[in-house]
Design a protein around this ligand. Structure first.
Ligand code: SAH
Length: 204
């Protein structure tokens, strides 16, 4: 998977390549999908969620320019696979999921695969994780028409946020760099993620 799908498409960050070789992707997909775990595609994991294509995980992880010890917030835990890849890059990971069953399953899988240090929270990740903010990096793994303002607020100075932005048909991965008072933005690649669902009741 790493050689054929990831390195060959231009991902060269050794930390990312090593992390993707380390995390046992087959343990993060449902048993019925285990034989397809290393295929070059996204897979359904139930409850409307998908585990992203390996290349997309690698591309977005590389875009974050990770360094060991950074605090990273992920929005959309899903299977927990992306969170494990971030942790395998040596970062301190905080991940939020709004579907309780997925949150519970991810906690179990991460524990069983040795990534029990990943901190998980059940809730609406479009509001970030204020008690743990600021974050050096934020990765959104569900698509929204715009990056939620709370996430930009919870990004530290010089921080990087990577998120798929667009509607349910067309999304582009956007990278935001917080620089002093300003924000620089770049568009990376076209992708397809499940929607970011923002809860409507007021935050407590
Ligand atoms: N990163 C995941 C894949 C994410 S699929 C992995 O590695 O497997 C997108 C996930 O985002 C789904 O699990 C979905 O339930 C979740 N999601 C959607 N809206 C959300 C929100 N507002 N807050 C937290 N999670 C959300």
């Amino acid at each position: 998977m790493v050689d054929r799908q990831i390195r060959r498409r231009g991902i060269s960050d050794d930390t990312v390549l090593r992390a993707m070789a380390l995390v046992p992707r087959h343990l993060f997909v449902p048993d019925t999908q285990a034989s397809a775990a290393y295929a070059d595609c996204a897979l359904p994991i139930g409850l409307g969620a998908t585990i992203s294509q390996p290349y997309v995980v690698a591309m977005m992880t590389e875009a974050l320019r990770l360094e060991p010890g950074l605090r990273v917030l992920e929005v959309g835990t899903g299977s927990g696979y992306q969170a494990a890849v971030l942790a395998a890059c040596g970062t301190s990971v905080f991940s939020v999921e709004r579907v309780e069953e997925l949150h519970r399953r991810a906690a179990r899988t991460l524990g069983e695969t040795g990534f029990g240090d990943v901190r998980l929270r059940l809730g609406d990740g479009s509001r970030g994780w204020p008690e743990e903010a600021p974050f050096d990096r934020i990765l959104v793994t569900a698509a929204a028409p715009a990056v939620p303002a709370a996430l930009i607020e919870q990004l530290d100075d010089e921080g990087i946020l990577v998120a798929p932005v667009g509607d349910d048909r067309l999304q582009i991965v956007r990278r935001l760099w917080k620089k002093g008072a300003g924000i620089e933005q770049e568009e990376l690649e076209g992708v397809r993620f499940v929607p970011l669902i923002e809860d409507t009741e007021p935050a407590t």
